[in-house]
Design a protein around this ligand. Structure first.
Ligand code: 13P
Length: 242
């Protein structure tokens, strides 16, 4: 597994034309990016085929934002792991808090999706994180350990990325302090059977805070929403100073 993973989550943004405009500006900005940095773009399903062709030969890897647990079947609106691998997708986000909050994902369905991703040879980016209310009540350790315990049943930890995304920091501009993100990620690492699983931080990552986040010993990368939509800001994140 790569040790440093910098992933953009485009969520429900960008048409195909907008994606190509992004890449035209973004790819040249990666000319001096160190090879050991794994750069991933997780884009809407409709852009995957096009980006698979366009990114071929570049250092940018392709990721999807969800995957179903069956290979095929009567599941209107869903996409399966073999459908993703067939077009060159290597990574997939699973269990994002927006999926849990708006689309009824549970720890159980997240686990099924993680399993199907791995079975097809995809590397899942497994998201965990607490709400503000849970943090204020001192429940953070319990919540995250429950998400991990249930999510990781039957999961191969040698083909896995974890993203710690505190929900209150997503899209709010309110970043978790780098030292606190590092503390929680350290706790997550201690609970894994494989300490080498890359663990990312996500939540209002920006050019202004990337260097401090990446200087923390436990933080192996970032999962970036809003700031991954602009070529210059995502390139600055990918090209963080260490
Ligand atoms: P923002 O970077 O926009 O806060 O989003 C984080 C996120 O949800 C990445 O998956």
């Amino acid at each position: 597994m790569p040790k440093i993973v910098l992933a953009g989550n485009w969520k429900m943004y960008k048409t195909q034309v907008e994606s190509l405009e992004f890449l035209k500006a973004f790819i040249p900005l990666l000319a001096d990016t160190p090879e050991q940095r794994c750069v991933i773009l997780c884009v809407p399903f409709t852009n995957l085929q096009l980006l698979s062709q366009t990114l071929h030969g570049s250092i940018v890897q392709l990721g999807a934002q969800n995957v179903h647990w069956e290979n095929n079947g009567a599941y209107t609106g869903e996409i399966s792991a073999p459908m993703l691998t067939e077009i060159g997708v290597r990574y997939v986000i699973v269990g994002h808090s927006e999926r849990r909050q708006y689309f009824g994902e549970t720890d159980e369905t997240v686990n099924l999706r993680l399993r199907s991703a791995q079975a097809a040879g995809l590397t899942p980016i497994f998201c965990v994180g607490e709400t503000k209310q849970q943090r204020d009540k001192g429940e953070i350790e319990t919540i995250i350990s429950q998400q991990l315990q249930k999510g990781l049943i039957g999961i191969d930890q040698s083909n896995l990325i974890i993203a710690y995304e505190p929900i209150w920091a997503i899209g709010t501009g309110e970043t978790c302090a780098a030292s606190e993100a590092n503390r929680v990620i350290g706790l997550i690492r201690n609970s894994l059977s494989n300490p080498h699983v890359p663990i990312q931080y996500g939540g209002s990552v920006k050019p202004e805070n990337i260097d401090e986040l990446m200087s923390q010993p436990h933080i192996d990368g970032v999962l970036v929403g809003g700031a991954s939509l602009q070529p210059e800001s995502f390139a600055r994140i990918v090209n963080f100073n260490c």
